[in-house]
Design a protein around this ligand. Sequence first.
Ligand SMILES: Cc1ncc(COP(=O)(O)OP(=O)(O)O)c(N)n1
Ligand SMILES: Cc1ncsc1CCOP(=O)(O)O
Ligand SMILES: [Mg+2]
Length: 222
Amino acid sequence: MKPFDLSVYLVTDTRLCGARGVAETVRLAVAGGATLVQLRDSAAPIREILALAETLVAMLRPLGVPLLVNDRVDVAMAAGADGVHLGQTDMPASAARRLMGEDAIIGLSVGNPAEFAAARDDLHAVDYLGTGPFRATATKDDAGAAIGPAGIATVTALCRLPVVAIGGIDATCAGEAIRAGADGVAAVSAICAAGDPEAATRAIADAVRTARAAVHPAPTPD
Ligand SMILES: Cc1ncc(COP(=O)(O)OP(=O)(O)O)c(N)n1
Ligand SMILES: Cc1ncsc1CCOP(=O)(O)O
Ligand SMILES: [Mg+2]
């Protein structure tokens, strides 16, 4: 598996990026400290998604920021992306791993113990879990009820895979997700719909850093 950093994970939304566009929003978010990017657009025609994925790979590879594609293993492979994010009803992670190989980064949505149990046979093929919705969100119609810090703590206790919290994440609550045990936070609207995506991303990155320092304080010299 390629190295990846879940700290500040931008998940794109083409509609919310508006006239600024997805590529420019991604560029600004990375300038603000985004460590991982997922192209998520279930509405666009496949040729558009593929072209956008290729554009993002060309932009992000020199910067060392991996690009994952939501749901579409075929698009990820055709574009030379670094991996995919899969949900409970998407292609099983083990099948994606067979297709994409050992180097690919594969994420799986697991929001509760029942979903964890359903995915148990596939977890060997998974590199991280996406867990949420942390808070209520208008971005995903079928996201379900908010699980909050307790839900994050429940999932992190189930296995050793790194966990990224998603759903309603912005700078005001990112630290709470980290203190609950998440390894990073994923944001859609807080970055894509922001007037200044670079500043919005930087504020989330600062909140993550501050919360980590509280969870793992630096040792003081004797
Ligand atoms: C990082 C991350 N976590 C969760 C999801 C949600 O995936 P899924 O449940 O498959 O829903 P869709 O995004 O496909 O609507 C995600 N995309 N990313
Ligand atoms: C893709 C996804 N999966 C769970 S909640 C969600 C949407 C999160 O969007 P936002 O960060 O705008 O609440
Ligand atoms: Mg999905």
